[in-house]
Design a protein. Structure first.
Length: 95
């Protein structure tokens, strides 16, 4: 991993051949739905992963997953970056 002159990490960071960390985001500590006793949902967290395409399962596509500021609750967003441009959004990371 590459570091900047100030010692912080330079993004994006290639985690595996198919996973790239774009941003770690920022912890929202003053709103209870942005963290639990098990999980933290940092606003701005963004990762890209290569996986089977929705448009054509015989090919791979890049998906971008992000956590956005949804007000009281975080907003979880997954975008398929192929020609389908499908977008999935919700208030839960698993639904």
């Amino acid at each position: 991993m590459t570091k900047k002159e100030d010692g912080s990490y330079k993004f994006p960071i290639q985690i595996t051949q198919k996973i790239k960390l774009i941003s770690i985001g920022e912890v929202v500590y003053d709103r209870p739905y942005y963290h639990t006793d098990k999980y933290i949902y940092p606003v701005g967290y963004t990762i890209e992963k290569e996986f089977y395409s929705i448009e054509d399962p015989n090919n791979q596509a890049v998906y971008r997953a992000s956590i956005l500021d949804g007000g009281e609750h975080p907003l979880f967003k997954v975008e398929c970056l192929d020609k389908s441009k499908k977008v999935f959004e919700g208030n839960s990371p698993s639904k």
